[in-house]
Design a protein around this ligand. Sequence first.
Ligand SMILES: C[S@@+](CC[C@H](N)C(=O)[O-])C[C@H]1O[C@@H](n2cnc3c(N)ncnc32)[C@H](O)[C@@H]1O
Length: 272
Amino acid sequence: MVRYDPTIYDGAAVHYRYGRPAYSSDLEALLAEELDLDGSGRLLDVGCGPGILTVRLVHLFAEAVGLDPDPEMLAEGRRAAEERGIANIAWVQALAEDLPGAAPGTYRVVTFGSSFWWTDEVRVAEAVYDVLEPGGALVLVTHKAGAGAVPPSPEPPPIPHAEIEALVEKYLGSGRRAGQGAAPARSAEEDVIAGTRFGVPRVIFAPGIPDLVRDTESVLSGYFSFSWSAPHLFGDRVEAFATEVRELLRARSPEGIFWDWPGDTEVILARK
Ligand SMILES: C[S@@+](CC[C@H](N)C(=O)[O-])C[C@H]1O[C@@H](n2cnc3c(N)ncnc32)[C@H](O)[C@@H]1O
């Protein structure tokens, strides 16, 4: 079981929206069709971070709740909703393990965007089962690099992930860190769900964005948005790390433009 450490994303929230590649552009259409979403019912987005899925999916429901324990992430989510004139999202600071009490009510869909693995998965899935309306769905969304064919590379060079990760290792040591300890091991989420009242889920892949292009600062922000290379881990060497990443990126692309391929978007769907 993962015990929540409030420092895992220290300093990461401001980098998140700018630095993380978007999930598949087909995600809304896929969920609307698979789950017969018609603008009614409620969405609960757990581990919503800066509201990535909450803001993207709320128009498929009457209202949404974005739940996350990290106040900086929630502040970014609120800001993103305000910028888009979205007023039907309630933001709740709580752990998934605090469900159902933290966000009572009945939901048509409960989503986890790259967040389920941070939680006490079986207990949380069972709590989600209880808050879903009959026929409602638990939906786990993640990038899945390596699951499908890699599209042909467009003009800009790919992000030199291996070289940036070597820099992270130079500063932080080998073995991924998170918060005050080591990053938790991840289990196959579909197997976890299969062991709950949901039973065996469906796994669907939505095509990733094939021609996503990012600039140097966005690539750097992407790394600062990861728990294992969040700004706080570098202490007073954070600027030195940023400088080395910028130098590396300049060497790989004088124009400062990179192709990003985070993979297709995996959607694990479990109905009540
Ligand atoms: C990788 S971010 C995902 C953000 C967003 N859902 C997305 O799709 O990009 C993981 C989020 O899970 C949150 N989180 C970590 N432990 C959690 C827990 N026990 N319950 C709920 N959320 C948690 C973190 O604060 C963080 O905002």
